[in-house]
Design a protein around this ligand. Structure first.
Ligand code: ATP
Ligand code: MG
Length: 321
């Protein structure tokens, strides 16, 4: 089954002893079968919170509001049983830490068999054959031997590939990779990017990639959502975001992209200032305290969602549609 995904007015807060952390606020995103969607933003902007919410894997202290529709089914208000069914077979999240994908005391092969529990039509030998093919597919050579390995016997890059293989074995309609490259060195990163790009050609579900590397997003994705402090501040097709960015935060992020500097700099440029306190978010625009072009309403009026084209939106008082 493949379906479209639409989150609307999605908010998530984490309840903590020090107050509520408003990690996601009024987010609207959509994705259609065959598309590769990028989620980009600085550390702490809520990228993992968003994709964990989409995969129905939020921790117990999270409270969610708004709606997530997948193939027309509202995931937020689904009963626990149907949600589990849908999560198992339809939406796969490759988490930021590939170690968490596997149980340390079971072999990779046994776990990858378990990942196919939904395939009642296959016996164990057929499942193993499918695993071997999938491991080879994600670039793990000597798949038979690797299936007998324990997670700690694999390198970081290989574990990441095995986690992607595990996700694909569940035949998901939505595959989410949260920072697929951060734990890896540059060569590994290039290889994983290459793999995801190939999958993109063969796969007709939705692929969602979270990254703070703009280069990864630019190469892989059809559409991009730029997040800042829990909000989507700009979204659009990859060309619009990279060549016609309108939100001051997107522009600042592009100006700081290390790929723009031909020589290695001593220190990478960063956007001055820090993220606002998410336990007590500011009243107006979330970016106002760091913005170079604030206007009178920015500090106390929530910016409108300005539509720049059919798919390009920005939330900013300074942008005209
Ligand atoms: N379980 C939790 N309880 C309380 N606060 C949390 C929890 N998980 C995340 N947060 C907070 O929510 C905010 C968003 O975190 P999140 O992990 O979604 O950001 P991120 O964009 O994925 O960051 P990174 O790029 O570092 O992975 C942060 O302020 C974080 O400290
Ligand atoms: Mg994260």
């Amino acid at each position: 089954m493949t379906g479209s995904l639409a989150a609307s007015d999605l908010s998530v807060r984490y309840e903590t002893p020090h107050g509520n952390v408003h990690a996601l606020r009024h987010v609207d995103i959509e994705a259609h079968p065959g598309e590769v969607i990028g989620i980009v933003g600085e550390s702490g902007c809520g990228k993992s919170t968003l994709v964990t919410a989409l995969a129905n894997l939020l921790p117990a202290n999270a409270r969610i509001e708004g709606s997530i529709a997948y193939d027309g089914v509202d995931l937020v208000n689904l009963d626990a049983h149907r949600r589990r069914l849908l999560r198992g077979d339809e939406i796969a999240l490759v988490s930021q830490d590939p170690m968490t994908a596997f149980n340390p005391v079971l072999t990779i092969g046994d776990q990858l068999v378990d990942f196919q529990h939904h395939r009642k039509d296959l016996d164990r030998a057929q499942k193993k054959a499918r695993i071997a093919a999938m491991l080879t597919r994600v670039g793990i050579s000597d798949a038979e031997r690797r299936m007998r390995s324990y997670p700690h016997e694999l390198s970081g890059g290989m574990r990441q590939r095995a986690a992607i293989a595990a996700a694909l074995l569940t035949d998901p309609g939505l595959l989410i990779a949260d920072e697929p490259t951060t734990a890896l060195d540059v060569t590994m990163e290039a290889q994983i990017i290459h793999l995801l790009r190939e999958l993109r050609r063969e796969y007709n579900g939705i692929i969602m990639v979270v990254s703070h590397h703009l280069g990864v997003i630019a190469e892989l994705c059809d559409r991009v959502y730029v997040m800042y402090a829990g909000e989507v501040v700009e979204g659009g097709e990859v060309d619009a975001i990279f060549h016609d960015a309108r939100h001051p935060y997107t522009r600042a992020l592009l100006a700081c992209d290390p790929a723009r500097f031909p020589e290695r700099l001593e220190r990478l440029p960063t956007i001055p200032g820090t993220l606002p306190n998410l336990t007590d978010p500011p009243a107006g625009c979330i970016y106002a305290s760091r913005c170079e072009r604030t206007l009178a309403p920015c500090h106390n009026v929530v910016p409108p969602r300005v539509k720049l084209s059919a798919s390009h939106i920005a939330r900013c008082h300074g942008v005209r549609g």
